[in-house]
Design a protein around this ligand. Sequence first.
Ligand SMILES: [Zn+2]
Length: 253
Amino acid sequence: MKLNKQLRKSVKRQVVIAKRAAKRSFRFVVFKNKYSRLIRKYAKMEANKAIKHGFKGVQNQIAIRPRIRLFSKLTLILIILLFLTNIGAGYLKAKEADIKVNGEAILVAKNNEAKNPDEILLQASIAAKRSPFNFRMPVVGGVISQGFSGYHRADDIAAAYGSPIYPLGGGKVIYVGFMPDGHGNTVIIDHGDGLQSLYAHMSRMDVGRGDVISETTKIGNVGLTGHTTGPHVHIEVFDNGVMINPSSVLPDN
Ligand SMILES: [Zn+2]
């Protein structure tokens, strides 16, 4: 009987404690909500005030400064123009296939920009291989003694001193002279189609600037002028100004 009473008392106390805890937490939630709402409201008010203040400041500046007024007007006009041209360009882009001149559709070439010099070199050598010229070896019986590399953008073709040199193909002579940078006696020929070839270290030059020559025209002789350790002809090939591997346009031995 006594035990029962004690048990009931303890249960009652537990209930009271739990109720109190619940009440406290409820009060805390209410308090928190009230507080955060107040903060939010205040922050909103402050932000609005700041924006209004800033806007008013700008308006004041525009009002008292005619140059700023003019500039802001111009900027607005520019923005509108830009927006309109953008819309126009977008409209034309969509209609690109439908635009016709004299009944013919216009083909717009895509701009393929190469990213690095190696890529340009690769593209150039591919383009050169597709060239309509059938290039020949410039020296009969010559041997490539040094090929194309990063620091030697040319082919060296070793041959006996005085061997006749022929151009890779027909074209127009655009340079004849002594290049003091180590090339020595040099001839440059323009083959058209963006291709040019250069011949260096010659002992003798048989053509003049402006001459139109064929691939059977002897342009000079193998020599030792400029920086060279042995008789050879140093050949450089340019495809639209880019030095390409001469082997890519020379016939395979
Ligand atoms: Zn060389």
